[in-house]
Design a protein around this ligand. Structure first.
Ligand SMILES: O=C(CO)COP(=O)(O)O
Length: 250
């Protein structure tokens, strides 16, 4: 049985003071993590303060990105081991905005996956999809080609720590969510790919999330689908009331 996973991605939003206010507003209202897991991916500048404010509540405070080395001469980068040290247990990797604005390749994302695991962080690997590539009739579906590289070299044991998010870029921040059918199709394709690379047991254990214009009105329909185990939410995760509605979608 896969525990539903509701994840906010704040991107580069909220001040440090607003971030703490959010924790105080939601911390006592969240369901137990055994029922529904809830997390927010936030700026590394206030992961520690939020994690301290969230102590004792089920809310996980996550990173949005890391570098692929633990330490060294990499000016401005986020160390995986320090992110773990200040209170994160999960990290987003390969978000489409990282791929687009920071030119992250699947090879780089693959290195980051190993760096996260080495530091004790559980990765949520995002894969992207554009209408253009689908329309162009890619022989290997673009989603499949991304995860083949992102997951390269991971053992069965390591795969148990991974989640994957299907985030079509045409649905991100546009207010136009994929339909539940389209979202499930993407999530199913990911699970099938994992089954092909590994086996059915690993594929049935891994959590696959959908992201792209999810909100309190469309979440229930998405979460009703067999292959959608969670959602990754941008805009609608910023407001505490909206986040609580997402987490209590049932
Ligand atoms: O990018 C997203 C989550 O990672 C989705 O953002 P929106 O929910 O704002 O469309």
């Amino acid at each position: 049985m896969r525990t539903p996973f509701i994840v906010g991605n704040w991107k580069m939003n909220k001040t440090a003071a607003e971030a703490i206010e959010f924790v105080h507003a939601v911390a006592d209202e969240l369901p137990a993590a055994t029922k529904v897991e809830s997390a927010v991916a936030v700026s590394p500048l206030y992961v520690q303060a939020m994690a301290e404010a969230a102590k004792g509540s089920p809310l996980e405070i996550m990173g949005e990105n890391i570098f692929y080395e633990q330490a060294g001469a990499y000016t401005g980068e986020v160390s995986p081991q320090v992110l773990k040290e200040v209170g994160a247990n999960y990290v987003l990797l390969g978000h489409s905005e990282r791929r687009m604005y920071f030119h992250e390749s699947d090879e780089i994302i693959n290195r980051k996956v190993f760096a996260a695991l080495k530091a004790g962080l559980k990765p949520i690997i995002c894969c992207d999809e554009t209408m253009g590539r689908q329309a162009a009739g890619d022989k290997i579906h673009w989603v499949v080609s991304q995860i083949l590289t992102d997951l390269r070299g991971l053992t069965d044991e390591q795969m148990k720590l991974i989640s994957i998010a299907y985030e079509p870029s045409w649905a991100i921040g546009t207010g136009k969510s994929a339909t539940a059918e389209q979202a499930e199709e993407g999530c199913y394709l990911i699970r099938q790919t994992v089954a092909d690379i590994y086996n059915d047991e690993i594929a049935n254990g891994i959590r696959v999330l959908y992201g792209g214009s999810v909100n309190p009105s469309n979440i229930a329909d998405l979460m009703d689908r067999h292959d959608i185990d969670g959602v990754l939410v941008g805009n609608a995760s910023l407001d505490p009331d909206s986040f609580l509605k997402l987490v209590n979608y049932k």
